[in-house]
Design a protein around this ligand. Structure first.
Ligand code: FAD
Ligand code: DLZ
Ligand code: SF4
Length: 517
């Protein structure tokens, strides 16, 4: 690939980030192909602010290189800096400084970064260097910052369901005039079936690798040899064409059963009927509304039922937009929230999958192999365990940010800090997503092959989630007993004999002691 552009002077330097791989991004609006230069850079600072999964880095670098190629084909002047180039300056601000010296551009244009950290870094850089920086809103979302702020203003509780209805009205998705399609806004009650292993399971469509991807894989295997995760087999798509094919494959093979089995878990089926599209969407290779319109069309064409289509659209225009709104409303500071004052270090098996808990071993090994786990594994297995065990939520947050190919702080942090760890004290969730082994047993096939007994409540062979569940509630009683949604749980605890209560607490201590050894 030609690395240098032939332009010697430029009007504007347009910085395009690794998750801004969209041709209609706001930073390119009104840009001039004759006078402006697009800068894209693989830099050590972005590649190491958390120890990203090897597949995540490979996906992003290959997608960036392919996007640069596409931009050049479209007539743009692109300066692309590879990680191992001699004049790689190591960070985005340093690279900008270097390129401005080379090209002598009058100003820098960028679409607002998705992470607060990088936004602040770039704003400070422009101030300290006294360089004009035109930072534009990221328009690849349904809800603007201003709209979210207006929605949140004066509300005591920021519940996703009400926000979601606003987004349905705004987009017209699954609307019949002012009313929701089918008469209900939400069909979640139909979406909680456990899956059986003998169902036909579609798999994500693997993408053929080209020489660009091969080069990146070889770079990542040497430069990031010690990072978490398996680089091979590398099957992610890396272009918009690949991403559109993945969308089509999902709609045709998995969408009809997406709703039914959304919460199910199977040891040998990491993807079930999930779309595995978040990595493309978050990097800019797909747009939220194009996905939703395609999925909506499947319903009106009679190819997918309403519970699946509504459930899927809710994830994108509901949850995804809502968590982004929360992130920008609450940053800075949100990633430091620690409502329970949990201090335990993240157990080492989050990086090795070496644990006798079959559900944890499955979620972590799938994460290691594919940089992927689906929502319920993230929430009710690895997230639930960390919260019950009292792991420091910041360590949990950094783990999630590192290990998933779709992870960027704006979407990861509210899901981890708020939804899964309840570290924000209930801004996002009305009660902690705490569950004993019973939930995992109901929704998965993991317990059948586990060394622990999910039915056993206490003792050395009891499922660790069972005593930890009660220990968590009692450890945090002062903060949780007043929660009306936990009234039933505390009343059950109150009815237990002191011996039973003691057995739960000492079994939990044994589990927790085992984590530190
Ligand atoms: P599907 O199950 O097919 O869902 C469809 C789409 O809906 C996803 O692609 C995604 O864009 C969107 N979506 C679904 N749920 C959420 C949600 N809660 N928040 C935002 N978008 C959602 N999602 C990320 O994109 N990046 C993350 O770093 C991330 N971290 C998470 C951490 C925890 C603890 C939890 C509980 C959830 C997290 N999620 C994250 C949300 C969700 O788990 C992933 O979006 C989903 O698993 C991605 O796989 P998929 O594309 O197959 O999704
Ligand atoms: C995640 C990531 C990685 C691993 N590497 C780069 C990079 O080298 N260059 C780049 O421009 N972007 C990278 N990114 C994505 C950025 O970290 C992302 O733009 C910010 O986190 C904001 O969402
Ligand atoms: Fe997980 Fe407990 Fe079931 Fe084992 S018994 S798989 S630890 S829920």
């Amino acid at each position: 690939m030609t690395k240098k552009t032939t332009l010697k002077r430029c009007e504007r330097l347009i910085l395009l980030l690794g998750d801004q791989l969209s041709l209609n991004i706001s930073s390119l609006r009104n840009a001039d192909k004759e006078r402006d230069v697009i800068l894209m850079a693989e830099v050590a600072e972005e590649a190491s602010y958390v120890p990203h999964h090897k597949k995540k880095i490979a996906f992003l670098f290959s997608a960036m290189r392919h996007h640069a190629k596409l931009l050049r084909q479209e007539g743009w002047a692109v300066r692309y800096v590879q990680l191992d180039d001699d004049d790689n300056a190591g960070s985005l601000p340093n690279q900008l400084t270097h390129e401005l010296e080379q090209f002598g551009c009058a100003k820098v244009v960028i679409t607002e970064p998705g992470e607060f950290r990088l936004k602040q870094t770039l704003l400070s850089w422009s101030k300290s260097k006294d360089i004009a920086l035109d930072m534009r809103e990221d328009e690849r979302f349904v809800c603007t910052h201003a709209e979210f702020q207006a929605w949140a203003l004066g509300r005591k509780q920021l519940r996703m369901e009400f926000f979601y209805r606003e987004m349905r009205r705004k987009t017209g998705l699954l609307m019949k005039g002012d009313a929701p399609e089918g008469g209900k806004w939400n069909y979640d009650a139909e979406n909680r079936k456990p899956a059986k292993g003998d169902l036909f399971m579609p798999h994500p469509r693997p993408t053929m690798r080209d020489s660009i991807t091969e080069d990146v894989l070889s770079l990542v295997s040497t430069r990031f040899a010690n990072n978490f995760g398996a680089l091979e087999p590398f099957w992610f798509g890396v272009t918009r064409t690949d991403a559109l094919l993945a969308l089509e494959h999902f709609v045709q093979s998995a969408l009809p059963l997406f709703g039914d089995y959304q919460d199910a878990m199977l040891t040998d089926e990491p993807f079930l009927y999930h779309s595995v599209l978040a990595l493309y969407l978050n990097a800019g290779l797909l747009e939220p509304l194009e996905i939703c319109r395609r999925v909506e069309r499947a319903f009106y064409d009679g190819d997918a039922p309403l519970n699946a289509v509504e459930g899927y659209i809710r994830q994108i225009i509901g949850w995804r937009e809502y968590v982004r709104g929360i992130y920008w409303l609450k940053m800075p500071g949100y990633t430091e929230a620690n409502f329970f004052d949990a201090q335990r270090p993240l157990p080492a098996f989050y990086w090795t999958a070496q644990t006798d808990m079959a559900c944890m071993a499955a979620a972590i090994s799938q994460t290691r192999d594919h940089a992927y786990a689906h929502h319920i594994q993230r929430l009710m297995v690895t997230g639930n365990f960390a919260m019950l065990a009292g792991v420091d939520p910041h360590e949990v947050h950094e783990w999630y940010l590192a290990v998933y190919a779709d992870a960027y702080e704006w979407v990861e942090a509210p899901n981890v800090i708020g939804m899964s760890q309840f570290a924000d004290g209930g801004l996002l969730a009305s009660k902690p997503y705490a569950a004993s082994g019973n939930y995992i047993n109901k929704m998965s096939d993991h317990c059948q092959g586990c060394r622990y007994d999910v039915k056993q409540k206490t003792g050395a062979d009891a499922c660790p989630f069972n005593p930890l569940y009660w220990d968590f509630l009692i450890r945090n009683e002062a903060k949780l007993r007043g929660n009306p949604r936990l009234g039933h749980a505390y009343r059950t605890w109150d009815r237990m004999s002191p011996d039973k209560q003691h057995a739960y607490r000492s079994s939990a201590s044994a589990v927790l002691d085992g984590l530190s050894s």
